[in-house]
Ligand binder design. Structure first.
Ligand code: DCP
Ligand code: MG
Length: 369
């Protein structure tokens, strides 16, 4: 008896090349073809590299590196400050290009997104062809380049987009996934940070092939819940769906600072401004929420959020600002360097009966995003 043909999802991961730096080079011809860093200036304290042009990467300059170090590696490097509104605009435009092909778009950041093109709007059928067309549209309409990874799942598509950067297009089909995963270094696994990678190496686990030797229970024993994910992923099994943007359920404002904030006064002053912006926006849309979420990104790019919920809806500056200050104080911020602060308000609708909102103590949650 014949087995029915296997059907697979068609997933594309798109990631812009040297994103902030490419936008700066596009908008200012003097910056083209030279080593360029977008980020904090080296003469300031705590300035870090947000990204570097490919010309600067030849000198070993990388994202998250102190700007001072970048200057040592390449004394003639040029520094420019980030222009977030310009990057947001490009981000919206690339999403518009994606939406010509599918509505199943899951943005991961301003410059990258997953697309599920299993049933594309134009009936093109070939995910590789769609990726080509998207790259071409980005070139023609935005004068920028992107790299694409095409596969049958998110995990492999994301790794594939990084393989032939810049301006790359890499396809990893179903029959090559197992071999591809076997060769993959453990630090390339999505979700494996430096600490886990070190632990794996100490255990003699260097590649996907090594991980595949371990039973699921063993992986869970050593790596917790993530172990279950590793077990499946080394076998090329990733069933996670592309999750398109849901309806807006929160309203937020945030600010990335040119220098890391280190004192409570600086942080509170910045929070004040952000709370004002959030408050103005709530007023503009005539909204009141019940939850305040504080987002903090540290100088090492670790990001946390903490939130606090109230029984009654609020939209006033005092409540938002004091809640944000309390959440900040609870993180012991004096011992840290802070790169970004943000406040968002959510929970606009009716309270779900099951929703846990503690009256007296206010709920504190910690997510690792
Ligand atoms: N970014 C940042 N800090 C980091 C990493 C990134 O501010 N530690 C910003 C600047 C980047 C943008 O996010 O331009 C996109 O991040 P990517 O990791 O995709 O890096 P690039 O697009 O700059 O380079 P690549 O060509 O490697 O994708
Ligand atoms: Mg990128």
């Amino acid at each position: 008896m014949e087995t029915p043909p296997q059907t697979h999802r068609k997933i594309i991961h798109i990631d812009m090349d040297a994103f902030y730096a490419s936008v700066e080079q596009r908008d200012n011809p003097e910056l083209r073809g030279i080593p360029l860093v977008v980020g904090g200036l080296p003469e300031g304290r705590g300035g870090v590299v947000a990204t570097a042009s490919y010309e600067a990467r030849k000198f070993g300059i990388r994202s998250a590196m102190p700007s001072k170090q970048a200057l040592q590696l390449c004394p003639h490097v040029t520094f420019v400050r980030p222009r977030f509104p310009a990057y947001k605009e490009v981000s919206q435009k690339i999403r518009e290009i994606f939406s010509r092909y599918t509505d199943l778009i899951e943005p991961l950041s301003l410059d990258e997104a997953y697309l599920d093109v299993t049933n594309d709007k134009l009936n093109i059928g070939s995910a590789i062809e769609i990726a080509k067309q998207i790259k071409q549209a980005i070139k023609d309409e935005l004068q920028l380049t992107a790299s694409a990874g095409v596969s049958i799942n998110k995990f492999v598509a994301k790794i594939a987009s990084d393989i032939n950067k810049p301006d790359g297009l890499t396809f990893i089909g179903p029959s090559s996934i197992e071999a591809f995963m076997a060769k993959l270094a453990v630090e390339k696994f999505h979700g494996v940070g430096k600490v886990t990678a070190e632990k794996m190496k100490k255990m003699g686990l260097h590649t996907g092939a090594d991980l595949k030797q371990l039973a699921e229970d063993e992986l869970v024993k050593h790596f917790g819940k993530a172990g279950r994910f590793y077990y499946r992923i080394v076998r090329g099994d990733d069933q996670r769906e592309v999750q398109p943007h849901r309806e807006t359920k929160s309203l937020a404002a945030e600010d990335t600072f040119a220098y890391d904030l280190t004192t409570m006064e600086e942080m509170e002053a910045e929070l004040d401004k952000i709370a004002r912006t959030v408050c103005d926006r709530l007023e503009k849309y005539n909204l009141k929420g019940r939850t305040v979420t504080l987002k903090i990104k540290y100088s090492n790019f670790k990001q946390i959020t903490r939130n606090k919920s109230f029984i009654s809806p609020f939209g006033d500056f005092e409540t938002i600002n004091s809640a944000a200050r309390q959440l900040l104080a609870a993180t012991k911020p004096e011992d840290t360097r802070i790169r970004l602060l943000g406040i968002s308000i959510s929970n606009f609708g009716e309270l779900e009966p099951k929703q846990k909102v503690e009256k007296a103590t206010d709920q504190l949650k910690l997510f690792n995003l």
